[in-house]
Unconditional design. Structure first.
Length: 215
């Protein structure tokens, strides 16, 4: 077994034991040829309902599409599960001897009940003047996906939302914007994603590739 991966598994187990059952720790293996099964180890998988052998997250695709020299760890951001629970997440990029990202080590802590408690306490101690101020978090949690099909659907949904109109009303520039968003997000690293996007936008594969080259 890879010594680095062995150490990461030991670390994941220790962190999960330290912070308890609300702390999920996930290891993605980017050295694998098949992205469909990028999760090689997970502790407390009940937090996001994922298991060893499940597929990549959006973070994985972003990493594969990015310049390794520009990739930086992402700490303390928000994600969201299928059933609406909010997680405080951190993502660490583990590199090999050549500086390439070999593993992604992620921690996801379920803070749903803590947020509920915070809101209850705020309501008790808030003054009338403070009540006029916007104290809500501006960050939108990113949904956690379980497989490449879900991930592609999520990326397509995000691309359409960004354009701001349904596909039936999109012009050429709108469709180019959708393709560019998906390309930058790494969506076309997913097998047969080009077929699905072409069919959705009502364009040929040739047109799809030309839209990708416009970036």
């Amino acid at each position: 077994m890879d010594q680095k991966l062995d150490f990461l598994k030991q670390l994941a187990h220790g962190l999960a034991a330290e912070f308890g059952s609300s702390c999920e720790v996930v290891i993605h293996d980017l050295t694998k040829k098949e992205l469909d099964n990028s999760i090689v180890y997970i502790e407390n998988g009940h937090v996001s309902n994922r298991h060893t052998g499940d597929g990549p997250s959006g973070i994985v695709l972003e990493t594969l599409r990015s310049d390794p020299g520009k990739i930086k760890d992402r700490l303390a951001y928000l994600t969201r599960t299928d059933d609406g629970r909010i997680l405080k997440s951190s993502t660490l990029y583990i590199r090999d001897a050549k500086g390439r990202v070999a593993y992604i080590f992620s921690m996801n802590y379920d803070i749903t009940t803590l947020l509920a408690a915070e809101n209850s306490i705020r309501g008790l101690i808030q003054t009338e003047q403070e009540g006029d101020q916007d104290t809500g978090a501006s960050e939108t949690p990113q949904k956690i996906t379980h497989n490449v099909t879900e991930l592609l659907d999520l990326l397509i949904e995000q691309a359409i939302t960004k354009v701001g109109k349904p596909v039936a009303l999109m012009n050429k520039d709108d469709k180019v914007a959708v393709v560019q968003y998906l390309n930058n997000a790494g969506a076309f690293l997913i097998t047969k994603s080009g077929d699905k996007v072409s069919s959705l936008l009502g364009i040929s594969k040739f047109t799809l590739y030309s839209y990708m080259d416009k970036g």
